[in-house]
Design a protein around this ligand. Sequence first.
Ligand code: G6P
Length: 612
Amino acid sequence: MCGIVGFTGEHQAAPILLDGLSRLEYRGYDSAGLAVRDGEKQPEVIRAKGRLKVLAEKTDNGVAVLGTCGIGHTRWATHGEPSVTNSHPHMSDDGNVIAVHNGIIENYQELKDKLIRKGYVFHSETDTEVAVKLVDYYYKKYEGTPVDAINHAMVRIRGSYALAILFQEYPEEIYVARKDSPMILGISDGESYIASDVPAILKYTRNVYYIGNLEMARVRKGEITFYNLDGEEIQKELKTIEWDAEAAEKAGFEHFMMKEIYEQPKAVADTLNSVLKNGKIDLSETGITEEIIREISQIYIIACGSAYHVGTAAQYVLEDLTGIPVRVEFASEFRYRKPIMDPKGLAMVISQSGETADSLAALREAKELGVRTVGIINVVGSSIAREADHVFYTLAGPEISVATTKAYSTQLMAVYALALQFALVREKITEEQYEKYIAELQTIPEKIQKILEDKERLQWFAAKQANARDVFFIGRGIDYAISMEGSLKMKEVSYIHSEAYAAGELKHGTISLIEDGTLVIGVLTQPELYEKTVSNMVECKSRGAYLMGLTSFGNYNIEETADFTVYIPRTDPHFTTSLAVIPLQLIGYYVSVARGLDVDKPRNLAKSVTVE
Ligand code: G6P
């Protein structure tokens, strides 16, 4: 995935680059590097294996590196193990071309062989070094401008890239190129910025350009010129980012994950309010008209990770409220399945970043098949947001912690709003029911707040479970969807093996893993399925399991069965995911803290997965 930054202006570049990288570290954190240029001098390249702080220490937080123009990188290894040699920036042997890269060059071996035949020598195992040397090769071969050289390289590269490149003969300038990997360009008072994502530059400017696919740019101090693949100059509109700079800071919390868990009441309320006009849901900003809603024959939800878990909950809600058949799929599966799609279907792609490679490819596949698409997206101007026919923006603000919390919750709210509007327009619910559902949705933020206020019990419980070896989350229907997200939160931040099971399935094999003391968390928010799941919990208890029950206040007497019970406020059964997920996020968080792990940056993960 990797994060890239760039800066050219009047200030010292290295501290700005390191600051930007620190906000992109969620994209990868196994090594980092900088190339900074002081006037016409040869750029200084510094690279370090490990977290960004190793690079910061090596450069005295950037102060020791002189120069006002530079590029930086934080890596999530794809080609080649994390090491100094494989770290970016990479350079041509004579230092003519130096670059950082995010993405994957699929035909790198073929290009590398060609370059070796031309006399190039390779030092790293990376695909990036191939890109750098290819640009160098064309620059020297055609003796043209950097844009010409990059252009020639781009038509030969297969795969994805966001590249920021320094050329020896062009001091104080950075050249960039993009295909399928995110990149934004910022500008303010004689200075220019390059970044993979908004939080990296939010402190310095809110004025940004979105560079399109297969486009290039020449970045000078306070001046950015864009080019298409033919090398012709193109015009871009300057956009303003609405997020406030504090939103990307920890604001006194020990970890971003906890801060973001706490931001959920506001984020969820903001997302709901963004489509509420006079007590009714207004989808006009998304462009989804009543006519479109009436025509939908089938909904295909496509997503990855937690966004997929939103889809699994949404499936129950949408089918039950609207009567439209819903299918939920992993984007990575959908894209290669040769899907058969109904032309009157609606493909709903859910993604926080709007850049997940598989989700983007799935969106394109759906469009190719002539199906209408809607993106439920958090990052404004991201690739999926730009390419989908309709966009429903969630208002989570910047999410920094790798494990998602608030983006997940806002995605749920977006899905509820769509479900209610579809149900009303298709006359599956009455005006009165519609109003009641909306009123219930409006209570969700304060109910989340209530759960947060009672977090000490969960902290205590998590501390007791910190040495657990396996955890099983079980539930039926929506409770199964909740279990999936609870299980993912647990394993990704605490490294404890956990699995989510449809409660009725456990006995078909997995129950053999239950031993004395194995923690089984039963999710019990659906009245009609409550007793069934309790029976499955009891089956586990009979085999030694330690049971936690998660249920709604006042509904049931689970305490007789479970060893530990967590109650959430009552709400309509369609919307319980929004509440039940909160204690599960908190348990995952507290187990991770109790084990002394890096909560915000779990090993091997990255927030924005822009490779397949
Ligand atoms: C990564 C993140 C997950 C996220 C998934 C999909 O794996 O760690 O938290 O759910 O990508 O990301 P998206 O940006 O498409 O929602």
